[in-house]
Design a protein around this ligand. Structure first.
Ligand code: XMP
Length: 512
């Protein structure tokens, strides 16, 4: 796929590998991440190779030792951090434990003049270091390109080759000119054209889908989220009415969500069927308190409902999914060997046997921010594309303890006041995800002269980039005050509102 401008990123297990890929893609250059210990097919299709960082020391026996004989001297090659050390260690240089461990900010000095890699980059500019070994001797034919106060060999190249190495991390935001260095490497040195744009992605993907699917019918479960929506619109462009979308109401969606989103899908011209199975889900959840059992019950009923609906579409061969790249990248574990860390949340491998359909995943090679750009390119409304993530089990995992229809109603009202307020105060887009939790405790209050004994709700708003780590948002007190008043005055059964000020880790975003 998209081979004409392909960059290979060999992953040695660094936490920043995906960031390298995102920076490269931001330069409108397509790239793929592959684990170092899997053999790479069609190496000729790649225009350049980047070696990632790693939690390993090159001096450790079990450290990654890839065979670069098909790459080095044959393709433009950039080693980053571990990658830079590896290119020294194995080719005549020396890597030793550093006296001063360098983590965090450093400043470039002694940048060599007239070097393509550093074109436009100033002495003194900030870079981000994260390493405990240091390159004490350059490899054969190594030419130093830059230093920092504590690291003499902060960057080098190999004379007579397009091989470059940098000790710091160009992919992180804190390296001021990091993206420029990547651009210099990919565009000036490797001479790759910057043609990977959302429009190009839409064109090639639609063409590929047309070819792959022909006149076949495809079913797709819409969730109201960004990924399934963008996947549906791409498929719709390719195969029109042969895409059968199913949007299931599990009874645990936000207030009015089912109807509003269904209307939006219909306005987009999608062939969509809304299926209200609220009661079926609520019946299956009756009395279940354990969060994982709730997830299982919701997942099981979803598959049953979806399967019933799928059987109504005759002669269907394909199931489409909104799987995105972070869900399919094979990760390299710090204990060696490849490990597929598959998040139980996501749908990878979630195809039930009895459905026996082939899977089509138009977004499986792109990141979330790219999904949004592709969606915008196809004219999907910004409010749909900018929606906060919402968990598949919905309010089911925000009602702590057993779920009832009454509790769902209460939480929907609370959640709607909170979310509408965020929008009204222009805070919605500053927050990565927000929602309310209905706690399984009653607290005492007074309303008028009456003593009340009613439910407590917790509001949660976090900032994050991918949900893996998150911090609570410092929402204005005035906003919290107004929201709390509105909730307590308008939602019957709630007499206390608290705001969650826990970060992830150690807490999680959801309470269950
Ligand atoms: P946690 O609570 O693990 O949440 O910090 C991280 C992100 O994942 C979402 N989440 C889920 N999404 N099914 C989903 O589709 C689930 O079971 C599930 N649990 C958590 C959560 O909303 C947040 O965005």
């Amino acid at each position: 796929m998209h081979m004409q401008n392909n960059v290979l990123i060999l992953d040695f297990g660094s936490q920043y590998t995906q960031l390298i890929a995102r920076r490269v893609r931001e330069l409108n250059i397509y790239c793929e991440i592959h684990p170092f210990n899997k053999s790479i097919k069609n190496i000729d299709n790649y225009k350049a190779v980047i070696l990632s960082g790693s939690p390993f020391s090159v001096r450790a026996e079990d450290a990654p030792h890839p065979d670069l004989s098909k790459i080095k001297t044959k393709k433009p090659l950039l080693g980053v951090c571990y990658g830079a050390q590896y290119l020294s260690h194995h080719y005549g240089g020396k890597v030793e434990p550093s006296n001063i461990r360098e983590y965090g900010r450093a400043n470039l000095s002694e940048i060599s003049e007239n070097e393509l890699l550093f074109e436009g980059i100033e002495n003194g500019s900030q870079v981000w270091m994260s390493h405990s070994d240091t390159i004490t001797k350059l490899p054969e034919n190594g030419v130093r390109l830059a230093s920092t106060k504590d690291v003499t060999n902060a960057a080098y190249r190999i004379q007579g080759e397009d091989t470059y190495a940098i000790q710091f991390h160009p992919e992180v935001y804190h390296t001021t000119y990091g993206k420029n260095m990547l651009e210099n490497f990919l565009v000036k040195i490797a001479k790759i054209e910057q043609t990977w744009t959302p429009a190009a992605f839409v064109d090639t993907t639609v063409a590929e889908l047309k070819e792959k699917l022909g006149n076949d019918k495809v079913i797709l479960g819409l969730s109201g989220g960004v990924d399934s929506t963008v996947a549906a619109v791409l498929l719709h462009k390719a195969i029109g009415k042969n895409l059968y979308c199913i949007f299931v109401n599990n009874g645990l969606l936000r207030k009015n969500e089912f109807q509003n989103v269904l209307d939006q899908y219909e306005d987009m011209g999608l062939n969509v069927k809304g299926v209200d199975s609220s009661n079926r889900f609520l019946d299956a959840l009756k009395g279940i308190v354990d969060p994982e059992l709730k997830r299982k019950a919701i997942g099981r009923v979803f598959i049953e409902v979806f399967d019933d609906e799928a059987h109504l579409v005759e002669d269907v061969h394909w199931l489409a999914q909104g799987t995105i790249y972070p869900d399919v990248i094979e990760s390299v574990s710090a204990t060696g060997g490849p490990s597929a860390t598959i998040k139980s949340h996501h749908n990878v491998g979630g195809l039930p046997d009895f459905m026996k359909l082939k899977v089509v995943e138009p977004l499986r090679m792109i990141f979330k921010d790219e999904v949004r750009r592709v969606g915008a390119q196809m004219g999907i409304a910004t409010d749909l594309l900018g929606r906060h993530p919402f968990p598949g089990p919905g309010l089911g995992i925000r009602i702590l303890g057993a779920i009832t229809a009454e509790k769902v109603k209460v939480l929907q009202e609370v959640d709607a006041i909170f979310i509408d307020g965020l929008k009204k105060w222009n805070l919605y887009n500053q927050v990565w995800q927000a929602g309310a939790m209905l706690l399984p405790v009653n607290s005492v209050g007074v309303m008028g002269d009456e003593r009340t004994y009613e439910k407590v709700v917790a509001l949660r708003a976090v900032e994050s980039t991918d949900g893996m780590t998150a911090d609570w948002v410092n929402l204005p007190y005035k906003f919290l005050q107004e929201t709390s008043n509105l909730i307590i005055n308008r939602v019957k059964g709630v007499n206390r509102v608290v705001y969650d000020i826990s970060s992830k880790p150690p807490a999680t975003i959801e309470w269950e």
